[in-house]
Design a protein around this ligand. Structure first.
Ligand code: ADP
Ligand code: ASP
Ligand code: MG
Length: 406
């Protein structure tokens, strides 16, 4: 008998019929003799609707109330799934984040899980109850509802698997696993059988939304093997696991894109010590993460300082940056919402030179201009005009030989 944690995403929970399908899958695993904790997302589209409502109500929605609102979608899906299982004769029980409790810090809308006491869950599991837990949400020390960032149900699932020392952690989604790039964009993308935590971490951090980045951080820290697979068939998916000797270090294992970033450029900033901190500190104090940063070499005592933030943080970031720009006597603040970040990831980059130049040459041959570049040991990201996203992903997918069947 094993303890199995399964997570079902929004599309898998997207209608009453699909929830019945999830219930049948859960029942099958339970009938095979396993203890089960099932984490679910809101029905697809529901969280987007709630976010839109918040933005309609207020230009800068209060962050505490925002989380109370956007966490609501999962309350609907856990109860529906539990109801369905009960009507099938199973003992199931829904749990909201605070009832588990999934304890987080108090950074609303991007809260981090701090601990998950398991006593209450164990009592129910010992009775043979199937636990249906709301993904994406938690509770802070003072009892406020928090949420974990978009796509956060993955993190709820992996954190629960770690806390309960589960034997199996399965993430059920609408594709067969982790692919060399988004299979909904590139038809000849290939399913990856095994991928290391490091590579998955980089892919998730640069936009491959199949797993939320925090879920991979948890998996890596607590050594949870994560099986990403489809809720619509029984195919084996992708194992996200630690690196072992038998895994070949492919040069480039995956390509990701992100269209949810915006470029903000502070023009003609005085070139003196402390300026970068002056621009970035008020943003971090407002809990806004800055992604890519470029500062040019100055010629006439001033320089341009350019960075990207997510679309969700854009309005707030712009207001703050405009204030700073005035204070430091910069000329103006320019913005570009039509940008995309394209990234290539692979362990093989550690030991091979020339990957960057192949990437840049390939983009240049298509007439695609590179606006910003950042690199890590196993990743290269570039910011380009959003209209070239699909073209860039396709040509890079081809040039690094990722296409085709396994
Ligand atoms: P869920 O609702 O199940 O959490 P998501 O929409 O969050 O599902 O994530 C699955 C989606 O991630 C897929 O439908 C696919 O379009 C997208 N995706 C992006 N990059 C990849 C990739 N490299 N491999 C698989 N899916 C990817
Ligand atoms: N429902 C949340 C979202 O849409 C969490 C998730 O799907 O993982 O972001
Ligand atoms: Mg998701």
């Amino acid at each position: 008998m094993a303890l199995v944690v399964q997570k079902y995403g929004g599309t898998s929970m997207g209608s009453v019929e699909r929830i019945r399908n999830v219930a049948r899958r859960v029942a099958k695993t339970y009938d095979a003799g396993n203890d089960m904790v099932v984490v679910v997302s809101a029905m697809s589209g529901e969280t987007n609707k709630l976010v839109a409502l918040a933005n309609e109500m207020s230009e800068f929605p209060d962050s505490r109330e925002y989380d109370v609102l956007v966490a609501a979608g999962e309350q609907v899906s856990i109860s529906l799934l539990a109801m369905c299982l009960k009507s099938m004769g199973y003992d199931a029980k829904s749990y909201l984040g605070f009832q588990v409790p999934i304890v987080t810090d108090n950074s609303y809308s991007k809260a981090r899980i701090e601990e998950i006491p398991d006593t209450k869950m164990r009592q129910d599991l010992d009775k043979g109850t199937i636990l249906i837990v709301a993904g994406f949400q938690g509770v802070d020390d003072s009892g406020n509802i928090t949420t974990l960032g978009r796509g956060g149900s993955d993190t709820s699932a992996v954190a629960l698997a770690a806390a309960l020392k589960a034997d199996v952690c399965e993430i059920y989604t609408d594709v067969d696993g982790v692919y060399t790039t988004d299979p909904n964009m590139v038809k000849d993308a290939r399913k990856i059988e095994r991928i290391t935590y490091e590579e998955m971490l980089e892919l998730a951090s640069v936009g491959a939304k199949v797993l939320q980045i925090r879920s991979v951080e948890f998996a890596m820290k607590y050594n949870v093997d994560v099986h990403v697979r489809s809720s619509f068939n029984d195919n084996l998916g992708t194992m996200v696991t630690k690196e072992d000797k038998d895994m070949e270090a492919v040069l480039v294992s995956g390509i990701a894109y992100a269209k949810d970033e915006v470029k903000i450029a502070v023009m003609q900033v005085p070139d003196k010590p402390g300026i970068a901190a002056q621009i970035l500190t008020p943003l971090s104090e407002a809990n806004i993460s800055v992604d890519m940063i470029v500062q040019n070499v100055s010629e006439a005592g001033s320089t341009d300082f350019t960075f990207t933030v997510t679309k969700g943080d854009f309005k707030k970031a712009l207001a703050i940056t405009k204030e700073t720009a005035q204070a430091i006597q910069a000329k103006e603040v320019l913005t570009d919402e039509n940008v995309a970040k394209i990234s290539i990831v692979g362990l093989g980059m550690r030991s091979h030179a020339g990957v960057a130049s192949t990437m840049f040459k390939t983009l240049a041959a298509e007439g695609i201009n590179i606006q910003m570049i950042s690199t890590s040991e196993i990743k290269i990201s570039v910011v380009i005009d959003e209209k070239y996203t699909e073209l860039a992903v396709r040509v890079l997918h081809d040039v690094f030989g990722l296409a085709g069947k396994e």
